[in-house]
Design a protein around this ligand. Structure first.
Ligand SMILES: [Zn+2]
Length: 120
């Protein structure tokens, strides 16, 4: 249903900004290198890769995806480029346990994080 809506909109209005499209299926997982991936199935497929930074925060944090309060150990710092510009990095705190985070994080919130990374 959503897939077809997206297709139809893009057919009628090619170049529509992704933030105006109906939300597609969101995947949120760690890849084999430990990076966090947020992917919205297309068309067009939208993908943001977040690089983990070493260490964990010294104080309790709130995860930006699921908004749960975390001990420093359960949280991690991650970063991603904004609009593909390597000089423009955004840092955020997320659960280290991405699978558990995914079961609490609203898809709309994950999409916000994704779009802030790919739209400049
Ligand atoms: Zn989380």
């Amino acid at each position: 249903m959503e897939y077809e809506e997206r297709e139809l909109i893009l057919e009628l209005f090619p170049g529509t900004s992704p933030d105006l499209l109906p939300i597609g299926e969101i995947l949120y997982y760690r890849d084999e290198e430990g990076r966090v991936v947020i992917l919205e199935k297309g068309p067009p497929e939208l993908k943001l890769v977040l690089e983990p930074l070493p260490g964990s925060p010294a104080t309790p944090q709130v995860c930006e995806a699921c908004h749960r309060h975390l001990s420093g150990q359960a949280a991690g710092f991650f970063r991603h480029t904004v609009g593909g510009d390597p000089r423009h990095l955004r840092y955020l705190v997320l659960c280290q346990d991405t699978a558990r985070c995914a079961s609490h994080a609203p898809p709309g919130r994950l999409r916000e994080i994704l779009l802030r990374g790919i739209l400049s």
